[in-house]
Design a protein around this ligand. Sequence first.
Ligand SMILES: Cc1ncc(COP(=O)(O)O)c(C=O)c1O
Length: 299
Amino acid sequence: MTPTLPDTLCDLDGELLPLSQAKVSVMDRGFLFGDGVYEAIPVYGRRPFRLDDHLDRLARNLDALRIPAPDGLARRADWHSRLDRVVQAHPAEDQMLYLQVTRGVALRDHVPPPGLRPTVFIMTQPWAGVPAAQRHQGVACVTARDLRWERGNLKTISLLGNVLARQVAADHGAAETILLRDGLPGGPWLTEGSSSNVWVVHEGALLGPPMNEHVLAGVRVGLLRELCEEEGIAFNLRPLSEADLRAADEVLLSSAGREVLAVTRLDDEPVGHGALRGKPGPVYARLYEAYQRAKRQPV
Ligand SMILES: Cc1ncc(COP(=O)(O)O)c(C=O)c1O
């Protein structure tokens, strides 16, 4: 079944056109090899939130994959105006903006020939925010082994490992799959969610795993560090074992689409202790409020 695509305008290699008319060559290395990178950027009141953090990460990822700056997008200001054109063309005030850069079109060969022209695709969709029920009750998550490659720090469009991981949550009617990685003594160790960073609250402190090759450094990692500082909440990145996760006072997710969200059930067990068992906790509540203030602040 082919879904009907909305007629919102997208940008393909600098051309603004309806989503249903945007076409990419079957020889694009994004299609053949998953050879490309992407960003998903929340837009509030038509302003992309923490845009420069997203563009910094994009630049780091392009460098890591040795994909050159696409035509006409060498400077930061070029990205700003290209993205802004798509945002302004959409009727919704709040959106989820998506951009993807692939290595470009070439005859199929693992070794990319020199001189390829990267393909750039930008689209946006209306975004209604985190559903009220999730905000108030938190979400259920399941755990699974982290079977992905050792370059999880790169935000590439090769997302099969993440897609398969997320399917585990979908099969259980859960919102996210939290990944635990074997292989090092004392583990398994917490890495991240299939499309989110994962946080543990212990004695009032917000703890996350180190941002190493197994974890994508979310834009919200830096943001939560700042919000914790503002709120006087201790913040620390250090290895977290499965036991730390299961003994947590609170478990939180963060991502562009989830903002900051409480996990209140983990593998069918309520999270937390005492009266707050299975309920969103106080650190979540403070970070949620701080996040809402930050996202509406004028830049
Ligand atoms: C695997 C993974 N980790 C973490 C994140 C969170 O990153 P950000 O805060 O930049 O959305 C995402 C976002 O989609 C992700 O896909």
